[in-house]
Design a protein around this ligand. Structure first.
Ligand SMILES: [Fe+2]
Ligand SMILES: [Fe+2]
Length: 265
């Protein structure tokens, strides 16, 4: 039990800690040269999450529970500060006080991921280690929205001359939005919609869709690496979005396993 807590905590901190570090980098790269104060703040977060990631990597499976509880708490604090920074940047953008090269939706998206991570850390320290069947619909709503945003980012960061790929990305965005709203409908139909049949179908449909988005993202990433793509997509951003799709697929597997372990209908 204690080991599972350590395992899950280290896994979450390493995955999302790295994601937070990269968000700090993307924010920093998006600021213009005169925005030195914001660049400094973003750099500070980059260093902070780099050290969190290193700290998490230094623990083993037999680490003391209290040490991991503390790691989770400190990571929570750091993430809450990064969340506040992202919201501040979003406010500066929307009130036209600054111009950055990051879309407002990107900044909002990154802050949603920070809030999700904070929630996960809180759950872990409360002893909630595995996704609850209750959470299947919520998590699908959350992740499908992220995936749909990614499709939009890709479509808007491609060079206008990449006509076919832009259409393909926009099509993913449309289909993911449809699936997202289907999950939102199921959210409204709770608790009646929480039968294992309904949840299984949701998991299956999400998996099919996200698997093909994942493959599309991999193609984009490879094209960038081979210098075959015209875009302003940072290579690390392409990889970042691919890893997040992978994370969602892993989570869908866990949900499916939890439904098989204990049907809740
Ligand atoms: Fe992200
Ligand atoms: Fe994302």
């Amino acid at each position: 039990m204690s080991n599972l807590f350590v395992d899950r905590s280290l896994e979450e901190v390493q995955f999302w800690g790295c994601i937070m570090k990269e968000h700090a980098l993307f924010l920093r790269l998006g600021f213009t040269v005169d925005q030195s104060k914001l660049i400094q703040e973003a750099s500070h977060f980059h260093t902070l999450f780099e050290s969190i990631e290193e700290r998490a990597a230094s623990f083993t499976d037999n680490a003391e529970r209290e040490h991991i509880v503390r790691l989770n708490m400190e990571t929570y604090q750091a993430t809450s500060h990064l969340w506040a920074f992202k919201r501040k940047v979003l406010e500066l953008i929307l009130s036209c006080k600054i111009i950055t090269n990051n879309y407002p939706l990107f900044v909002d998206h990154a802050s949603r991921e920070a809030a999700y991570f904070m929630n996960r850390l809180e759950q872990l320290n409360k002893g909630i280690l595995e996704p609850l069947p209750d959470a299947v619909i919520n998590e699908n709503v959350f992740f499908l929205r992220l995936m749909s945003d990614h499709a939009k980012f890709i479509s808007h960061l491609l060079d206008p001359s990449e006509r076919n790929l832009i259409t393909e990305a926009a099509d993913f965005s449309y289909q993911l939005d449809q699936l997202l709203f289907q999950a939102v409908d199921l959210e409204a139909m709770r608790p009646a919609s929480q039968t294992s049949q309904v949840l299984r179908r949701l998991i299956e449909e999400s998996r099919l869709m996200v698997q093909s988005l994942h493959d599309f993202k991999r193609t984009i990433k490879e094209m960038i690496e081979e210098c075959r793509l015209r875009s302003v997509i940072h290579p690390l951003l392409a990889d970042h979005m691919l890893r997040e799709a992978h994370r969602f697929l892993d989570l869908l597997d866990r949900f499916e396993a939890s439904l098989t372990a204990g049907p809740n209908d």
